[in-house]
Design a binder for this molecule. Structure first.
Ligand code: 13P
Length: 249
């Protein structure tokens, strides 16, 4: 079902004590309960966060996972392990994973399937680089990422995914896509899904925008018809900003 969502991607920030301190501030900040709220801290925080979150409506996400269930994959974490500490969502295909860890949409599609198979929900990221936008290739980039990363799923499986459009040129740069630019791509993503799976599926998927979202620009973005919330980096590391973002619907 299409939901309003605010998800905080903490990336590789905050040690465990700092993370707990921020999480407790977020829990105490009386978040708007009209949206689904998700925090995605580093792996090592997840276990103790689940306990802190046990009497709240805040859901826990991981920032990555491995595509195999177990085995000799030094340094990796499986979906089953994430599930065992209460994780409900997994961010996949973030542009930082694509850029620094050479993950492409085909490789990510295996992770997507594994997350779905274990009953968790992928937050599948897509987005074009600045060069791709300047060359006018942004639609084809997004279409390819969506098709390769998600179109191996059946209808029910796709309905369990959340999609995040994060233009690479807007991440951590302070430069946000305008509401018109973001809405255009969100609508394009929904149309791409509708062509393959039909309107019911397309209309029931939450599509988040990410890239320099902050309380000052969130309302404008979130009132666009095809934008269902945000995947937030920097602004999610401040409890007041995070609360203000949940109040932006
Ligand atoms: P910023 O909000 O810091 O631009 O990061 C966006 C992002 O990458 C969220 O996944």
């Amino acid at each position: 079902m299409r939901q309003k969502i605010i998800a905080g991607n903490w990336k590789m920030n905050l040690d465990l004590d700092q993370g707990k301190e921020l999480l407790i501030k977020i829990i105490d900040s009386d978040l708007n309960s009209n949206c689904v709220t998700i925090v995605a801290p580093p792996y090592i925080h997840l276990n103790s966060f689940k306990m802190l979150l046990s009497h709240t409506n805040i859901a826990l996400a991981a920032q990555n996972c491995h595509q195999q269930d177990s085995g000799a994959y030094t340094g990796e974490i499986s979906v089953e392990m994430l599930k065992s500490v209460g994780v409900e969502y997994v961010i996949l295909g973030h542009s930082e994973r694509r850029e620094y860890f050479q993950e492409d949409s085909i490789a990510i599609s295996f992770k997507v399937k594994n997350v779905i198979n274990h009953g968790l929900r992928p937050i599948y990221c897509c987005g074009e680089t600045l060069a791709e936008r300047q060359e006018g290739e942004h639609f084809i980039t997004i279409e390819t990422q969506i098709k390769q990363g998600l179109f191996h799923l059946n209808e029910m499986e796709l309905l369990n995914c959340v999609i995040a459009y994060e233009p690479v040129w807007a991440i951590g740069t302070g430069e946000t896509a305008s509401p018109e630019q973001a809405q255009e791509i969100h609508k394009f993503i929904r149309n791409t899904i509708a062509k393959e799976y039909g309107g019911m599926v397309a209309n029931n998927i939450s599509i988040l925008y990410g890239g320099s979202v902050k309380p000052a620009n969130a309302k404008e973005l979130f009132t666009c018809p095809d934008i269902d919330g945000g995947l937030i980096g920097g602004a999610a590391l401040d409890a007041d900003n995070f609360k203000a973002l949940t109040d932006s619907f």
